[in-house]
Design a protein around this ligand. Sequence first.
Ligand SMILES: [Fe+2]
Length: 296
Amino acid sequence: MRFVTVDRWPPPVHVDYRPELEAGNVLFFPATPFELPKDNTNFLRTLNFTGGAVHKNIAYRTASDRITGIEAGSRQATLHAIMREYSRNVIAFVKDLLPQYSSGWKLDYASFRPLEEQGRGLPLNKRNDLIHTDAFPSRPTHGDLILRVFTNIHLSKSRNWVIADPFPALAEEYARAAGLDEISAGGRFRDASARLLKSFGFPVVPRSPYDRFMLNFHEYLKRNADFQANCAKYTFDFPPGSTWLTFTDLVPHSVLSGQHALEQTFIVSRRSLANPENAPVAVLERLCGRSLASND
Ligand SMILES: [Fe+2]
């Protein structure tokens, strides 16, 4: 895997960066390539956020224009306006950078991560310092991919990541141990039942076999001490003022330290990939010989 540095934005000629991202690489911009007013980052850095059992971060729900993770009040209103502006600016930038993805993507949440990552004392399944691939319990992707853009807005501290070999190599080695055969064999009935319950108004999240596997895999990797200790690791310290993006379900990652990061998530349709055969769902379907997501 590689860190692909983009020094100049906008570039003199358009480059299609999709194959780099889909191969499990990280696109790195030493200077943040979209507008991020100083007053806004100053406000975010001085925000008093203690976190808690429910909220790991401050989240901005892009599609519904709502904010969570902070109590109502004047600071909430300012924070809301700042997150809305950040989200709009980063979306416009990614549209220019990856126009082929933008035609079929779903806008997911943006977040502000106000706390120092080192020594947070979170429960195992929420720990960021263990290498994992992302999967969202409340927002199944049905085979589409999770693209995340991060910006380090700390004044002086870098944000320190560790990355492992991308999903295809990991799946080859661990997917069976993480329950791929059981999940793919039992999958369709559970998915159909959940859809039926949802149609009657029950608060269930219909998940494809793919989504159930990816949730399992997230936890499996975090619990696998041998993998955590011995997998091939690539470290990178993202300096203050830099921005980077990667598919976080395709690229196993952890964050060891760092504070004050902004992030926007996109759910990218696998139909818009330059190489759809690299999508985790395609890799898993080849391994188990069954379809895992209808993606309808
Ligand atoms: Fe993650």
